[in-house]
Ligand binder design. Structure first.
Ligand SMILES: [Zn+2]
Length: 269
């Protein structure tokens, strides 16, 4: 059994603000250790369920957060940015399951450090008229390769969003959001325990999960936090200006639509 794991940082236990998520932050070293511990918990759960190949993608910011020497030796690790598939780099049709650890709710929703791809520029993203966050955007990349997302971990708002969008998915809630920058968290060791157990349970029932991919054609609408960002993004070939702050891109192929979304975000930023 081949397992793919994308690891973000905002949904890791005890993390509540940018002191933990930015390399310049006072709590960053502590945060990346816990991020690595929760990735390892997922690896242990996967191994207990019979995984024979495990690939981890470091999916936050600089994408060199995870500590390679502390990572379980059964896993291989992708780090660095930019990567063509970003938070889903390395996924391919050979994988049997994908999992998201440390994920967060989408921009404008409740949830610790909620945002969608870029908290400095993106106000909202819609796919075919439905608001969509990183969980579903990335689940659809896995779905494109017919790989189901079987497990996600993060705060209570992330778990709710994942269940509402993906349907059948095992979730592990490691903290409850109080505000966007405060939370009541499980102890770091307890968070690892619920992740390990959740991953093992999901993979033991792997046949009950279906790949997630809405039917095409695919139209991404992207609203920026100001019109100047939309001015820049609208220069992309194929981009359509919807209103002062919103641009749109459509394609019949999800991966091409996804690339269009990424390009518009990069141009806007
Ligand atoms: Zn992140």
């Amino acid at each position: 059994m081949r397992v793919y794991i994308s690891v973000d940082i905002e949904g890791i236990a005890t993390i509540v603000n940018s002191e933990s998520t930015s390399a310049a932050g006072n709590n960053y070293e502590r945060a990346r250790r816990q991020m690595t511990a929760e990735a390892n918990a997922a690896v242990l759960g996967a191994l207990a369920a019979g995984a024979t190949e495990i690939l981890i993608n470091d999916s936050h910011g600089c994408q060199t957060n995870l500590l390679p020497h502390e990572l379980h030796p059964a896993a291989e690790l992708i780090q660095g940015t930019p990567k063509p598939l970003m938070m889903m780099e390395g996924i391919d049709p050979r994988f049997d399951a994908a999992m998201f650890v440390g994920y967060h709710a989408r921009m404008l929703q409740h949830g610790v450090l909620s945002h969608t791809i870029s908290s400095r520029s993106v106000s909202n993203v819609w796919l075919n008229g439905q608001p969509i966050g990183e969980t579903a955007i990335n689940a659809a990349v896995a779905g494109y390769y017919k790989v189901p997302v079987v497990f996600v971990s993060g705060d209570n708002e992330l778990c709710k969003e994942a269940e509402e969008t993906l349907g059948n998915v095992e979730t592990a809630c490691v903290k409850h959001a109080i505000t966007r920058v405060s939370a009541r968290s499980l102890h770091p060791a307890k968070a690892c325990e619920v992740i390990e157990n959740g991953v093992q349970k999901a993979l033991k029932n792997i046949n009950q999960y279906k790949p997630y991919l809405p039917t095409g054609p695919y139209t991404f609408n992207l609203q920026f936090i100001n019109a100047g960002m939309a001015d820049a993004a609208a220069m992309m070939p194929g981009a359509v200006r919807v209103d002062g702050s919103t641009v749109s891109f459509s394609h019949t192929d999800y991966m091409e639509a996804f690339r269009g979304l990424r390009c518009m975000i990069n141009l806007g930023a």
